[in-house]
Design a protein around this ligand. Structure first.
Ligand code: GDP
Ligand code: ZN
Length: 356
């Protein structure tokens, strides 16, 4: 499915010569990439240079797409910013301006960032940037619906300035689901629909809802997130005729074996991209704070002004307005369950509790 071939792209060019030129360019051009320039992006936009999008990062450089033509570009001095807070200065999804010979000159300001801590925990590792939306994939039955996981992704999306879309897959299984499972599904719809987030009920098996999914993905850059086994690969395969591996925990990609990318934008037929990366699986493991949780459950926020204690956590406190609203059916039990779940998660120090 991937068509870039940088060997071909540079077939007329001696690679050594290319590296030599790149080195010289780095030396002479480094002043352009002062830390402040990169951080604030106050540089004047180099309109005269071709604009492209980083679709993959390999050990050799960044693969940049210029309206369908893919070129391996060098990162010049960008990679050498050891002191920067961000580990990778260019990420998949970046819009860049490149000099003729394929040297990235400028990185445009990002509209959204999907990041996580790197192994040291001191720097942010960018998974993908300029992502429009995150598909929060869940399944009705197997694996069961986990509202806390959905809320975790919703918080992550909010923080990264990415639109969330909830996709409930495997609705074909509702037919054979237990009454409790059906009830949970209905309760989920009733609790999350009022939040104003698009929710699609879908089945990659029976192809119900795939048309809606395709139109939501069209001309957008989307990241598929969600627990393993909910059918993310199956959905992409069924919607776009991809052949991503299904039913395996191993890294699933549609790319050739010659690349060592950390993430990749896969073009969607009809326009748009989806982000494919092994890192996506751990997207969501970031420092979830109590503040994040409190701010996310907006329906609790107003009520909490009426709680007896200003710092009420709405768990066991007396005269708690949130607990009272829960009793009266004014707060969705599933959202409350999710809230408690996330609070417990940070209290126990386990950042991966909602994951499995
Ligand atoms: P991923 O880990 O989220 O990428 O999930 P996969 O696409 O690998 O799917 C996990 C399992 O769920 C596979 O055995 C699929 O055949 C199955 N599956 C995926 N979509 C559906 C669906 O709509 N209905 C049913 N019944 N099973 C599905
Ligand atoms: Zn309270």
């Amino acid at each position: 499915m991937k068509h870039y071939d940088y060997e071909e792209e540079f077939h007329s060019r001696d690679r050594k010569q290319f590296r030599k030129e790149r080195k010289i360019a780095q030396k002479t051009d480094r002043s352009k990439f002062k830390k402040t320039d990169l951080e604030t992006n106050k540089e004047e936009i180099a309109h005269h240079l071709p604009r492209g999008r980083v679709i993959a990062i390999t050990g050799e450089g960044a693969v940049v797409d210029f309206e369908g033509k893919q070129v391996l570009c060098s990162l010049k001095g960008l990679m050498k910013k050891e002191t920067a807070q961000v580990k990778n200065l260019i990420a998949v999804g970046d819009w860049v301006r490149c000099a003729e010979e394929g040297a990235i000159e400028q990185v445009e300001e990002r509209t959204s960032v999907l990041g996580r801590s790197d192994i040291s925990g001191r720097k942010e590792q960018l998974i993908a940037v300029n992502v429009d939306q995150v598909i929060i994939a869940v399944s009705v039955v197997n694996p069961p619906l986990k509202p806390a996981l959905v809320d975790r992704y919703l918080i992550a999306a909010e923080k990264g300035n990415i639109h969330p879309i909830i996709v409930i897959n495997k609705i074909d299984l509702l037919e054979i689901a237990s009454p409790e499972e059906k009830e949970r599904y209905e309760a989920f719809l009733a609790s999350y629909t009022p939040l104003g987030i698009p929710i699609l009920s879908i089945s990659s098996e029976t192809k119900v809802g795939l048309e809606s999914l395709r139109s939501l993905l069209q001309n957008k850059t989307s990241v598929f997130s969600g627990q393993s086994g909910v059918g993310k690969s199956s959905l992409l395969n069924a919607s776009f005729g991809f052949s991503l591996k299904v039913g395996e925990l191993a890294m699933k990609t549609a790319k050739g074996s010659h690349t060592t990318t950390t993430a990749e934008l896969i073009p969607l037929p009809g326009g748009g991209y989806c982000v494919d990366t092994p890192g996506i699986r751990s997207f969501g493991i970031w420092d979830l704070t109590r503040g994040d949780i409190v701010n996310h459950f907006t329906e609790f926020l107003n009520l909490s002004k009426e709680c007896k204690y200003p710092d009420c956590l709405h768990i066991t406190e007396p005269e708690c307005a949130v607990l009272a609203a829960l009793e009266n059916g004014k707060i969705a039990p599933l959202r409350y369950e999710s809230y408690v779940n996330l609070l417990e998660e940070i209290a126990s120090g386990s950042k991966a509790k909602t994951w499995s």
